[in-house]
Write a protein that binds this ligand. Sequence first.
Ligand code: ZN
Length: 172
Amino acid sequence: MALPREYTNQACSMVRALEIVGERWTLLIVRDAVFGVRRFSDFVEHLGIPRAVLTERLEFLIGEGVLARVPGPGKRSEYELTAKGRGLWPVVRALSAWGDEHYAPGGRRRVFVHAGCDGEVPQSGTCLRCGAEVTLAETVMTPGPGLTPPSPEEGQVSAVLARPRPLLQPVH
Ligand SMILES: [Zn+2]
């Protein structure tokens, strides 16, 4: 059923946000971009997303100012989160934490820690060891107990992302 076009003022902001990120692939693209995926072919490999759908989603997210197309090595374009796009990280993080709590019998797939301090950074973004508000660039993603080591068939991106690495650091 389509949402009614008349919204209350209170609902409007959330409805607008859902119009941007409510589609299934969108937050997965944003998550992968935070993890350092930047190339079209790497999104395809890691997400298993149909190429036509990815093309459409990337164009939409560029149009909304969530992603920017930037020149990469050689002649290929890469996709980079804008400040607006990076602002979606707490949403991705919260959904992941909720999924871990209810749908991850093997435990969390990823654990985030404060670079140089090694304190865990929970969903709040405040380091449990030193109390700092940890930025994305200061966050290191490490494999959690629920992360099955990827098989070679899963590709190079999965292998790279299974190793401890700072967020936003390009996969290549
Ligand atoms: Zn810390």
